[in-house]
Design a protein around this ligand. Structure first.
Ligand code: SF4
Length: 521
C-alpha cells in the first residue's frame, strides 16, 4: 500500500517504517505511557498491559511536573481499567514483558528506539500508529517523489483538510482561504489582557498524592533527580479531564484564540491557548475528534448567528492537524540521522543557568520571565519557545541536539518526536533549511512588539552597543556576522545580510557579544 519515499528521503525499507496492520482485537494491548486514551484499544473491553518503567526517569533529568504528569496519567489509566489491565511496575520494559505470557499487540510507538524495542520482540504484534489525524502510510504516499525541501506544511495541511473534511465547503476551504495566519499576529494587548476566563484546571486526587510521595521518596533516596518546581497539577491525566479542558476551550476561549496567538504577556502565560498539547501527546484524546469538534463548534456558531472568528478556528485546527501531524511525520520521514544536523556549526554547551532554569541569573527580562514560567509550570506557548528560548540558543550558537534534549526534558508536552524537527529544524536551523526557509533569528524589536517584557527590562531593545544593549538585538547582528557565509546563498537572507554592511559599529557589536557569550546577565 505504501509507496516508497522518493527524492533524497529514506525509503520504507526501514522495519520501523513498515506498513503495520491496523487492528488486532484478540490480543492483550500493550499501551505505552503516551497511548492512554480509549482510541488505542480495538474494543472497549480489550485486555491491556501498562508498564511503569523506572529506568525512564533515571535516564534523563525531567521537569518534576512532567514526571508527575506521566506517572499520574499512567496510574489513572490503570485505576480506570481495573482488572482489565495488567499493570506492572518494573525497572525496564523488557523486565515487564518477561512476566507476560500471552500474545501482545502494540500500536507503533512514537520514537525510533521504542519501535526498535517492540520490533525485536517476536511475541508482540506491532500495529499502525494511532494518536494522529493522518496515517503514516498516507504521508509517505504524499511525500513520494518530493525532495526534503518540498515537504511543505501548507501543502500537506490542505490535503489533510480535504481528506478528513475539516473546515471544508465541498472541495473548497470554508471562507475560501486555507490559512488565515496573517490575521493571527496581533501584538500583545496594551492592557495586558486577552479577555478570556481562566482555563479549566484539574483537581488533584489520591493518585496524585501517591505520585507526589513516590517522587519525593525517589529523590530523597538519590534514585532520580528532577529540574523545575513541583506544583499543583495543571494538565489533564485522563480522557474525562481532557474532555473538560477541550469543552471549556471551545466554549470560552476559542473565540479569542487567533488574534493574539503569537503574543506574550508577563502576567498571563496561558492567554487564550487551548493547553491541550500535553493531553494530545499523552494520547488521552483522539486529535481527529478534537478537530471535528472545533469544526462543529464553528458550524454551530454560524447557525446560531454568532459566528466564531474563522481565523481562531482555522488557527487551532492548523495547530492540531496541520503542524502537529506534519512534525510527527517528518520525525520518521527525515530519518534516524536528521537529529544530528548542525548546519550552522553551533557547538556551545547548554549553559548551567539554562539547564537549571535559574531565572534569577538572567538580566534579560523576556528570557528571565519565560525561564521562570518554564520552571513554575513546564509549559509556555509556542512563541516564547521559538522566539525567546530558541532564538537565544540560535544566536548564541548552543548545540542543537543538546537544546533538543533540553526542550524534551523541561516541557510537559515534550517528546522526542515533537522536539527533533521543531528544535533541530524549525528553531535552530540546524538542518540547513529543510523545515524553514530562513533562520528564526530576531532582534529585540520583535519581542518588544509582541510582548510587554521590554518595559521592565534593564536593556533597551533599540540598542545594540553599550551597557544597555539588548542581548537579542546585539545577538541578532552578531549571529548574522558569524553565519554570513553559511547564509549567503539563502535568498530570504539577502536583505538582512545586506543590512550588516551598513552597520558602522558592527565590529564593536561582535566583540561585545563575543565577550557576553552565553552569559545573560
Ligand atoms: Fe528582552 Fe531585549 Fe526586550 Fe530586554 S530589551 S525584554 S532583553 S528583548
Amino acid at each position: 500500500m505504501a509507496a516508497r519515499a522518493g527524492g533524497d528521503l529514506p525509503g520504507s525499507d526501514d522495519p520501523a517504517l513498515a506498513d503495520f496492520p491496523a487492528q488486532d482485537p484478540h490480543s492483550r494491548r500493550w499501551c505505552f505511557a503516551d497511548q492512554l486514551g480509549p482510541h488505542f484499544l480495538d474494543a472497549p473491553g480489550q485486555p491491556v498491559l501498562l508498564v511503569e518503567a523506572r529506568s525512564v526517569f533515571r535516564r534523563r533529568r525531567f521537569h518534576r511536573q512532567k514526571a508527575h504528569l506521566l506517572l499520574s496519567a499512567l496510574r489513572h489509566r490503570a485505576a480506570e481499567l481495573g482488572e482489565q489491565a495488567t499493570f506492572l511496575k518494573t525497572e525496564t520494559y523488557t523486565e515487564a514483558l518477561d512476566q507476560v505470557h500471552e500474545r501482545l499487540s502494540v500500536c507503533a510507538p512514537t520514537t525510533w528506539p521504542a519501535r526498535d524495542l517492540v520490533l525485536r520482540r517476536p511475541d508482540v504484534t506491532v500495529l499502525e500508529a494511532r494518536g494522529f489525524v493522518t496515517r503514516q502510510a498516507d504521508f509517505r504516499r504524499w511525500a513520494a517523489g518530493r525532495s526534503r525541501q518540498r515537504l511543505l506544511m501548507d501543502d500537506f495541511y490542505r490535503v489533510a483538510r480535504r481528506v478528513h473534511d475539516v473546515l471544508m465547503d465541498g472541495a473548497q476551504p470554508v471562507g475560501g482561504t486555507w490559512n488565515l495566519d496573517h490575521q493571527n499576529r496581533e501584538p500583545a494587548p496594551a492592557d495586558g489582557r486577552v479577555g478570556v476566563p481562566p482555563p479549566w484546571l484539574p483537581v488533584e486526587d489520591e493518585i496524585d498524592e501517591q505520585v507526589r510521595a513516590d517522587l519525593d521518596r525517589w529523590v530523597a533516596d538519590g534514585d532520580v533527580a528532577f529540574v523545575g518546581d513541583d506544583g499543583p497539577r495543571l494538565f489533564p491525566v485522563t480522557h474525562a479531564e481532557t474532555e473538560e479542558r477541550l469543552e471549556d476551550f471551545l466554549t470560552h476561549r476559542l473565540r479569542a484564540f487567533g488574534p493574539h496567538e503569537d503574543a506574550m504577556l508577563a502576567g498571563d502565560p496561558w492567554l487564550a491557548h487551548s493547553m491541550l498539547s500535553a493531553s494530545l501527546n499523552l494520547g488521552l484524546v483522539d486529535p481527529s475528534d478534537v478537530v471535528t469538534r472545533a469544526d462543529q463548534a464553528y458550524r454551530d456558531s454560524v447557525a446560531a448567528g454568532d459566528p466564531l472568528p474563522l481565523n481562531s478556528v482555522e488557527g487551532f485546527v492548523r495547530q492540531v492537524m496541520g503542524w502537529r501531524d506534519w512534525i510527527w511525520h517528518l520525525y520518521w520521514q527525515l530519518g534516524r540521522d536528521y537529529r544530528h544536523g548542525n548546519a550552522l556549526a553551533a557547538h556551545e554547551e547548554v549553559p548551567p543557568w539554562l539547564a537549571e532554569l535559574e531565572a534569577e541569573a538572567v538580566g534579560a527580562n523576556c528570557l528571565s520571565s519565560v525561564l521562570a514560567d518554564v520552571r513554575a509550570r513546564g509549559w509556555v506557548h509556542h512563541i516564547p519557545r521559538l522566539m525567546v528560548l530558541g532564538n537565544y540558543a540560535l544566536q548564541r550558537g548552543i548545540e542543537p541536539l543538546a537544546m533538543t534534549d533540553w526542550f524534551h526534558r523541561v516541557f510537559v508536552d515534550g517528546y522526542d518526536w515533537v522536539m527533533v524537527a521543531n528544535v533541530v529544524g524549525m528553531s535552530q536551523h540546524a538542518d540547513g533549511g529543510v523545515l524553514a526557509t530562513k533562520p528564526y533569528a530576531a532582534g529585540g524589536a520583535y519581542i518588544d512588539r509582541m510582548s510587554d517584557y521590554c518595559g521592565g527590562c534593564r536593556y533597551d531593545p533599540r540598542k545594540r552597543l553599550g551597557e544597555d544593549a539588548c542581548p537579542y538585538t546585539a545577538g541578532y547582528w552578531a549571529f548574522l556576522e558569524r553565519n554570513r557565509e553559511r547564509l549567503a546563498d539563502n535568498r530570504r537572507m539577502r536583505q538582512p545580510l545586506a543590512g550588516l554592511g551598513r552597520l558602522e559599529d558592527l565590529e564593536a557589536v561582535v566583540e561585545q557579544e563575543r565577550d557576553r557569550g552565553t552569559d545573560p546577565r
